[in-house]
Write a protein that binds this ligand. Structure first.
Ligand code: AMP
Ligand code: TRP
Length: 328
């Protein structure tokens, strides 16, 4: 069975975009792969995080993964920092990556532009080497990520190929999987911009843990257009198209089916239906989430999977160290 691996950084509250674009995709794929999903907590350190808040978020993401339907029967859930071997491999990969290629990473360029050099952490620069280690250490075949992370998976492929050429076959070459356009969720107030957790106070973003009534209100005030007909047209009707994507994703139907359902509805009726579905989804999800947190299963699951991921990673690092000649 092929191996799938992905992770999310605990840098903010999870959004409906994270659910539809990432977590629900992992849930759909988990039974077809040997699945590894983790919380990339070391990746959060490129910026300052309040330590208590960070710890809380890490646990909450694991609980949210479970509440969303990731099932330990199929999926190994873990926390990146709890497996120290990631750092070991990251250093080796850093020594096999070049300033030039890391400088070309779009995320690095975006996040460092307009900043004084004293405000850019070296971790922001070497971030993709750690991400490559996360992937290569488990011989992942496929890595589902958002389009913004595709370049980092491509770097992981390059680093793996380079290492294999230099030292002999060691790493699998991973494939990025990008969810289809229908899985990208846009800001409700500005439907040309991705719905993002960095926009926490905004009205355009729905958090998975926010009051379902407030989420309902946000959908009711989502920006649409003056055409008044409900159909999918991302270019000319981005707001309506976004609501159709949200509705169809949460209902588990196609965009065509959703469009058919609303072809005779006005915007008010349409929005009411979407708002109801979002409200109901959040209510159910939050109920499950609280059950997961109260059950004590988070620690039990993490303890079990830690043993498994540590063994795999330790063996990979041993092979790598052997090939490069460090140690006795
Ligand atoms: P981020 O929250 O940006 O760290 O992303 C974590 C994962 O969630 C990545 O796989 C993203 O592609 C996905 N994701 C984040 N925001 C959205 C969105 N608005 N629509 C679809 N997927 C998203
Ligand atoms: N960098 C990813 C993000 O910001 C998170 C991440 C870290 C990741 N390591 C990974 C994703 C390995 C996939 C595979 O979203």
């Amino acid at each position: 069975m092929k191996r799938l691996l992905s992770g999310i950084k605990p840098t903010g509250e999870l959004t409906l975009g994270n659910y539809i674009g990432a977590i629900s995709q992992f849930v759909k794929m988990q039974s077809n792969y040997e699945t590894f999903v983790f919380v990339a907590d070391l990746h959060a350190l490129t910026i300052y995080n309040d330590p208590h808040l960070l710890k809380e978020r890490i646990r909450n993401i694991i609980a949210m993964y479970l509440a969303c339907g990731l099932d330990p029967k199929y999926t190994t859930l873990f926390i990146q920092s709890e497996n120290v071997y990631h750092n070991n491999l990251a250093w080796v990969l850093e020594c096999n990556s070049y300033m030039g290629e890391l400088s070309r990473m779009t995320q690095f360029k975006d996040k460092s532009k307009d900043k004084n050099e004293t405000a850019i952490s070296c971790g922001l620069f070497t971030y993709p080497a750690l991400m490559a280690a996360d992937i290569l250490i488990y011989d992942a075949d496929v890595v589902p990520v958002g389009i913004d992370q595709k370049q980092h998976v491509e770097l992981a492929r390059n680093l793996a190929t380079r290492f294999n050429n230099k030292y002999g076959d060691t790493f699998k070459i991973p494939e990025p999987i990008i969810p289809q356009e229908g899985a990208k969720i846009y800001d409700l107030m500005n439907p040309n911009k991705k719905m993002s957790k960095s926009d926490e106070t905004g009205k355009g973003c729905i958090m998975l843990l926010e009051d379902p009534k407030s989420a309902k209100k946000k959908i009711m005030s989502a920006v649409t257009d003056s055409d008044l007909k409900v159909y999918y047209d991302k270019e000319n009707k981005p707001g309506v198209s976004n609501l159709l994507v949200i509705y169809s994703s949460l209902k588990g139907i196609s965009i065509e089916e959703a469009t058919e359902k609303f072809k005779d509805s006005n915007y008010g009726e349409f929005k009411k239906c979407v708002a109801f579905v979002v409200e109901e989804f959040l209510e159910n999800l939050q109920k499950k989430y609280r059950e997961v947190l109260d059950s004590g299963m988070v620690d039990k699951i993490l303890d079990e999977s830690n043993e498994k991921v540590r063994k795999l990673a330790e063996e990979k690092v041993r092979q790598v160290y052997e090939k490069i000649g460090v140690g006795r």
